[in-house]
Design a protein around this ligand. Structure first.
Ligand SMILES: [Zn+2]
Length: 454
């Protein structure tokens, strides 16, 4: 809801100011209203018109051509409104506008309602499915479970073969702490949006799922409902933001959100970036600053720091943390120093991904040591990438910033487990994330989930 109020208030106030100004100048509030509507329609729909024309692919669309044409048409409409003497013409035009605006509002409501209904349905379905299952734990223990996703973290072999970097120091450190690394583990998908719903619901999902369905499957997932039903507190961290409210909004008992905690302007960022992409300010390039990159970097730091405090939260807990690192933007040097935003998507110079990779590896070392030390009883810790590096699919990078990685490398992932009380003997070097929670629930909660083909 708050995401709706601010944009509405701003749009309403600016339209009101324009209308009052024009009414004063023209001494005709009806005409002023019509001109305000014309200009607002043109301003807010510009990006859609531009994208629509680009998508048609009939001719190349340039902002510098399209803006004058659209302004000319809008100017002509305003000119016509100003000159028209007949009251009935003006009334008819205003009827057309009212009709158009009503249609737009109905269209918007029509897309919001079905979304809300599916959201509600999914929560109900998952809660019911989970209520059916048993209660006893294998050794009468309910270990805390940390599920940490490192977005786009390369497997040990990919970082060696493609980046020429030997990460065995990190691997050996993890092993010395008690981790098992499934070194041949592979993801089924190379899209975050498809991987996360699949792993969190312990099931393969269709690769054709729409974004909204994906977020709903993430936000109301089976793993969390299952554990909630076992008396676990669910805690979620997500650094995955956008103006789509469902993205990064887990349905958990505690939701750590950098944006809300820091009062960063990200909540308004959604609105600002929407303004930048859909309205007439679209072509103004200098508005494209690197603030979103900074927010993502800060959100990652925030998550890594906050995670260290979680062991002191009382009772059994499931902690989900989606860390958008070493995923772009490349903003960390290997020691955490700031990187120029010009390099944020530079894959071709391989040191940027590698530096961020080394940075996050060191952070993880520190984090797991901290969690293990502070936990009252040995916890379960999973450090997993959703997919490998995918330079050629970075849609923000320019052509000369990317290189083509062999397709197979994009599916190889890092997949490490700290499973106390003998749990690691259930793992193999190819254990896939699809079975992560099936294995864990079978062992620690005496459940009978069938293992899926990997
Ligand atoms: Zn990802």
């Amino acid at each position: 809801m708050p995401q709706i109020i601010m944009p509405l208030a701003l749009s309403f106030l600016s339209a009101l100011a324009l209308w009052l100004g024009l009414s004063f100048l023209m001494k005709d509030s009806l005409k002023a209203g019509l001109i305000t509507s014309t200009l607002a329609t043109v301003f807010y729909s510009y990006g859609y018109i531009f994208d629509g024309l680009t998508a048609l692919n009939l001719f190349s669309v340039k902002n510098r051509h399209l803006i004058p044409i659209i302004l000319y048409i809008a100017g002509y409409v305003c000119y016509f409104i100003i000159l028209s003497k007949k009251k009935s013409t003006i009334l008819n035009i205003s009827k057309i506008f009212t009709f158009a605006i009503t249609v737009l509002i109905i269209l918007n409501i029509a897309t919001i309602i079905p979304n809300e209904i599916t959201k509600y349905d999914m929560t109900k379905k998952n809660t019911e499915a989970v209520r059916m299952s048993g209660e006893t734990t294998v050794k009468g223990v309910t270990p805390d479970i940390y599920y940490i996703i490192l977005d786009e973290y390369a497997s040990l072999s990919t970082i060696k073969d493609i980046w020429n970097y030997d990460n065995s120091e990190f691997a050996n450190y993890m092993k010395s702490q008690g981790f098992f690394i499934a070194e041949k583990s592979k993801a089924k998908y190379i899209s975050t949006q498809i991987s996360l719903p699949s792993y969190l619901n312990m099931e393969y999902v269709s690769e054709n799922l729409g974004a909204t369905q994906c977020y709903q499957l993430i936000n109301n997932n089976k793993v969390m409902s299952y554990l909630k039903n076992k008396g676990y507190k669910t805690i979620a961290f997500d650094t995955w933001y956008s103006w789509i409210p469902a993205k990064g909004a887990m349905n958990a008992d505690l939701n750590f959100n950098y944006d809300q905690d820091s009062n960063s302007y990200l909540s308004s960022y959604g609105f600002i970036s929407l303004l930048k992409s859909t309205t007439m300010i679209k072509p103004i390039k200098y508005l494209e600053d690197n603030s979103i990159d900074k927010i993502i970097a800060n959100a990652n730091r925030y998550t890594l720091n906050k995670l260290k405090e979680i062991p002191s939260v009382s009772g059994p807990k499931f902690v989900y943390a989606h860390v958008l690192c070493p995923h772009t933007p490349f903003s960390f040097g290997r020691n955490g120093q700031e990187v120029s935003y010009l390099a944020a998507h530079n894959w071709k110079d391989k040191r940027y991904y590698l530096d961020q990779y080394i940075f996050i590896s060191n952070q993880i070392k520190e984090l797991v040591e901290n969690i293990i030390k502070k936990s009252k009883q040995p916890p379960i810790i999973i450090i997993q990438s959703d997919h490998g590096p995918r330079p050629q699919f970075d849609n923000v990078a320019t052509k000369n910033e990317i290189f083509n990685i062999p397709e197979d490398e994009m599916f190889k992932i890092f997949n490490a487990y700290f499973l106390p009380y003998g749990g690691e003997r259930l793992l193999t070097t190819d254990t896939s994330p699809i079975n992560t929670f099936r294995i864990i629930f079978n062992y620690y909660f005496k459940d009978n989930f069938e293992l899926l083909e990997e």
